[in-house]
Design a protein around this ligand. Structure first.
Ligand SMILES: Cc1cc2nc3c(=O)[nH]c(=O)nc-3n(C[C@H](O)[C@H](O)[C@H](O)COP(=O)(O)OP(=O)(O)OC[C@H]3O[C@@H](n4cnc5c(N)ncnc54)[C@H](O)[C@@H]3O)c2cc1C
Length: 413
């Protein structure tokens, strides 16, 4: 490689996708130098650090989609990684619970989908079995998914960071915000608030900012990131015994990412949520947070209005739940009827980066595009944390071809 160029690859974004990508490329191409640049003081400061901490099975995703393929593969790899590096995790299983007759056909479809995706050990369960597994839950039928688990994703990211910098020449820098790119034929100067870095190639894993980074690199993505805030409540210590593991509702087929659920976290607290409301700030974690540029970019995009019009009723009910603990509680009581007003208290909030197409449809699958000497991850919603190591491997394959990286045997780092 040219000695005057600082790095071979700069990865923008220190979330789980950026770190998993840098890790996989380091394993596959140990001779190249990688810099991961993260704008916040800590890694995993956005989606990865505010998620539900669930290792998803891969049950719901369309067979053959990138989500389906990478979730199952990534889950298995994530569990081996967690075992090897002693990262707190538990394969506790989850149940999906139907509480109304009208949900039964969709419950059956989910089960069939799970079989097609070859999810290990899934089982249809009766109301009685639901009671045995989760005595406080109320269901008429369900699915047991034994391979679902919980994990501390922030610890996964920290470990990946430590492994990446173990390789001489690699760096992971926090408090380095990428501001723009000065592109030349064979290299790019990446400017940050802390000076500029020259690199042969750029990989954009900037989550909530990924469309902007793509534009700064000269792409005109056919999607825009629209932020959706998700509020979580947690059960008080007295109410925690009402949830043994993970309890999910049957998702609405139109909005599979909606539907509040109960998650016993790896630190033994029980979180419930999230809802999903349009956010007026991409990195806004407060209910009334507002940013003019973010709001303007969302609302000046036709796709946003088309999405609002199509899903108006759901949008309004999600908003109502965001501002009313009573309504939030009511949706939780569908799964656990004995839950009372004083059993839940508000805890964290997360913001999802959802790519929305010009026709107003949220992009369901992962979306990765190539630019000149660059690769852009433009949509990596859930289960991207579960699937991260498989996504990282997939991006490594794209990078190997697109950047014509020399192939090396996998080496230990
Ligand atoms: C509420 C919620 C619950 C979820 N639950 C689950 C779950 O249980 N299981 C699961 O598998 N998935 C879950 N997900 C999805 C999962 O968390 C995300 O898909 C995943 O974390 C995406 O990782 P990422 O690295 O792409 O994005 P991020 O984690 O958002 O990382 C992107 C990083 O890029 C940085 N960045 C942005 N711009 C710049 C710049 N200009 N310069 C430098 N750095 C920059 C950001 O600061 C950020 O750290 C959930 C998501 C949310 C929001």
């Amino acid at each position: 490689m040219n000695g005057s160029i600082d790095f071979d690859i700069v990865v923008v974004g220190g979330g789980i996708v950026g770190l998993a990508t840098a890790y996989k490329i380091t394993l596959s191409h140990p001779d190249i130098r990688i810099a991961v640049l993260e704008k916040e003081e800590k890694l995993a400061s956005h989606q990865t650090g505010y998620n539900s901490g669930v290792i998803h099975s891969g049950l719901y995703y369309k067979p053959g989609s990138s989500k389906a393929k990478t979730c199952t593969k990534g889950r298995k790899e994530l569990i081996s990684f967690a075992k090897k590096y002693k990262i707190p995790h538990e394969i506790c299983g989850k149940i999906i619970v139907a509480t109304h007759q009208k949900e039964l056909p969709h419950l059956d479809r989910i089960f069939e989908n799970g079989c097609e995706n070859e999810i290990e050990g899934i089982e249809k369960i009766s109301a009685q079995k639901i009671k045995e597994i989760e005595p406080s839950s109320n269901g008429i039928a369900g699915i047991l998914v034994p391979c679902t688990g919980i994990i501390d994703f922030v610890k996964v990211v920290e470990k990946l960071g430590a492994l990446i910098v173990k390789k001489e020449g690699n760096i992971v820098l926090t408090s380095h915000e990428v501001k723009g790119f000065d592109k030349h034929d064979f290299y790019t100067n990446v400017s940050t608030n802390e000076g500029s870095f020259s690199t042969k190639y750029v990989i954009n894993c900037a989550g909530l900012q990924s469309d902007r980074i793509a534009k700064a690199d000269g792409l005109w993505p056919d999607v825009r990131i629209i932020p959706f805030r998700g509020d979580f409540y947690e059960l008080t210590s007295d109410a925690q015994e009402k949830v043994k593991h993970l309890i999910y509702p049957v998702p609405d087929p139109t909005f599979p990412f909606l539907g509040v659920h109960f998650t016993r976290m790896i630190n033994d607290t029980v979180e419930c949520g999230p809802n999903a409301v349009f956010s007026f700030k991409r990195e806004g974690y407060g209910k009334t947070d507002f940013d003019f540029t973010d709001t303007w970019e969302s609302l000046s995009y036709l796709g946003t209005w088309k999405m609002f019009l199509r899903h108006f009723r759901f949008g309004v009910s999600e908003y109502a739940r965001a501002f009313s603990k009573k309504l939030f509680l009511r949706s939780l009581q569908r799964l656990i009827p004995s839950l009372g007003y004083d059993d839940i208290k508000q805890c964290k909030t997360g913001v999802r980066a959802q790519a929305v197409a010009k026709n107003g449809r949220p992009v369901d699958d992962f979306k990765i595009e190539k630019g000149k000497n660059s690769i852009h991850v433009l949509n990596a919603p859930s289960p991207a944390a579960t699937a991260s190591l498989a996504i990282g491997e997939y991006i490594n394959e794209i990078a190997t071809g697109h950047f014509k990286l020399g192939k090396n045997e996998n080496k230990k780092i």
